[in-house]
Design a binder for this molecule. Structure first.
Ligand SMILES: Nc1nc2c(ncn2[C@@H]2O[C@H](COP(=O)(O)OP(=O)(O)OP(=O)(O)O)[C@@H](O)[C@H]2O)c(=O)[nH]1
Ligand SMILES: [Mg+2]
Length: 443
């Protein structure tokens, strides 16, 4: 696993937050100290680690959790968001017709990564050609040819030829009708003048859309200045960090490269051809923290209803009127819990103290679908779903781009919820308990 040490310490820290009886300043300070230690151990730049932890501390001590979010979830969310922030932005490498030139120093993983990328594009249905532009290392051509043969991608090269631009020109002609052309180039011990010259000459011939620097995670923070030097020399469009699997310093390399503004686009996570990942900061941090559902937590916070809205909905529900819109807000609130937890426990979608990860995900999926379906309903239909009969179902389904069964599913869901709500609101005892739990005055 990538960055195992850092992942373990961060997980321990989050567990501490989740298990704390309450969140106070001393807990936050302790947690922040631990995060800082973990970041330093992962070779993250000390100034960056300090800035990050200061920001976590400041936000955790001053920001109020949004209505419906517990202070624990809120603290976890802050840690997550700030970690994502230091990894910064990335960019999507498009799946289109284009030319990619790979550059980098000796032994950083250029040739291996060129093969991995070829496989990546081929798997996505693009026609790929490889050009063996490394004329300095004798075995480079064979290495690329073997890789190409394994994944069924043609390789152009001329063993014995010493002029890389010539090979590249011929390769470009040969692969003119292909979707993606990948050019492997030679490495050097350092970014010397002749390497820069050669890179520029090849770039002149190939006019690559992408110039990717391949850099080894073992470099740690030193990857930052190196990426910057290459960026200054040939305007990188992306950086690929390899050997993320084997280095305790991977965090340092990652954060240092991101700080140079040459975006990390992929990471290499092993020697095998498929061990290449698109780099995605939120996903990367979620996995590091071992919280697959953290994204859901964030979305909840963003889509969370205010406390007033929540009360309004609750009041409406208890007045016996329960429309499709109410059902929707209710489902939205379920993910929020907090002050509404008691209500939710008694309502159809709540159940238990906390929804499991799967339940939250399932609710989110449903919500998305319901939202689409409901957006093609009229106001009248939303307020009074009973009028939705067969012709309307067909129209709504067509408008939402779903099948009639999906619309029927939503209506059935609504009907069940309405019955359960009715059951609660018409039973005096349940209703009283609910009012108390909600601290809503009966009007
Ligand atoms: N564990 C691990 N090993 C990798 C990864 N990427 C590359 N390697 C290994 O790193 C070594 C060097 O890789 P190459 O692809 O030959 O490096 P290069 O930059 O082309 O080297 P030169 O052409 O000599 O400059 C090989 O043994 C690869 O198997 C990775 O993501 N993880
Ligand atoms: Mg090579």
């Amino acid at each position: 696993m990538v960055l195992e040490g850092l992942a373990n310490s961060l997980k321990d820290t989050l567990r501490k937050i989740m298990n704390a009886p309450h969140i106070d300043a001393s807990l936050i300070k302790e947690v922040v100290r631990e995060i800082q230690r973990a970041l330093l151990l992962a070779d993250i730049n000390a100034a960056l680690a300090l800035k990050l932890t200061k920001e976590i501390e400041r936000r955790a001590l001053t920001e109020k959790p949004p209505a419906g979010m517990s202070s624990r979830d809120h603290a976890v969310r802050i840690v997550y968001e700030e970690l994502v922030k230091i990894l910064g932005e990335t960019r999507e490498v498009p799946l289109k017709k284009h030319v990619i030139m790979m550059v980098g120093l000796y032994g950083q993983g250029k040739t291996t990564t060129t093969g991995k990328l070829a496989f990546y594009f081929k798997k996505r249905g693009l026609r790929v050609g490889l050009i063996a532009g490394d004329v300095h290392r004798p075995a480079a051509y064979d290495q690329l040819t073997q890789l190409g043969a394994r994944i069924g991608v043609p390789v152009h090269g001329e063993p014995g030829e010493t002029r890389a631009p010539k090979i590249v020109r011929e390769g470009m002609e040969k692969f003119a009708g292909f979707d993606v052309v990948l050019i492997d180039t030679s490495g050097r011990h350092s970014l010397e003048e002749d390497l820069v010259e050669e890179m520029k000459r090849i770039a002149n011939v190939a006019q690559p859309d992408e110039r990717f620097l391949v850099i080894d995670a073992v470099m740690g923070q030193a990857a930052g200045p190196q990426a910057k030097a290459f960026h200054d020399a040939i305007q990188l469009t992306g950086v690929i960090i390899t050997k993320m699997d084997g280095s305790a310093k991977a965090g340092g390399a990652l954060s240092a490269v991101q700080a140079t503004k040459a975006p990390v686009v992929f990471i290499g996570t092993g020697e095998h051809i498929e061990e290449l990942e698109k780099f995605n900061p939120p996903g990367f941090i979620s996995r590091l923290l071992g919280m697959g559902d953290i994204q859901a937590l964030i979305e909840q916070a963003q889509g969370l209803v205010s406390e007033e809205d929540a009360e309004e909905t609750a009041r409406k529900i208890m007045s016996g009127r329960f429309t499709l819109k109410d059902m929707y807000s209710q489902m939205e609130m379920v993910s929020g819990m907090g002050p509404l937890q008691k209500l939710m426990d008694m309502l159809p979608f709540g159940g238990g103290n906390k929804m499991s990860k799967e339940q939250v995900e399932e609710t989110q999926r449903r919500l998305k679908k319901f939202k689409v379906i409901m957006s093609s309903m009229t106001q009248e239909e939303l307020e009074n779903p009973r009028i939705i009969k067969s012709p309307r179902i067909k129209r709504i389904a067509r408008g939402a781009g779903v099948g009639p069964m999906d619309v029927k599913g939503l209506l059935k869901h609504y009907e069940n919820s309405r019955k359960m709500v009715k059951d609660i609101t018409s039973n005096r005892k349940k209703r009283k308990a609910l009012m108390r739990a909600m601290q809503v005055d009966e009007k």
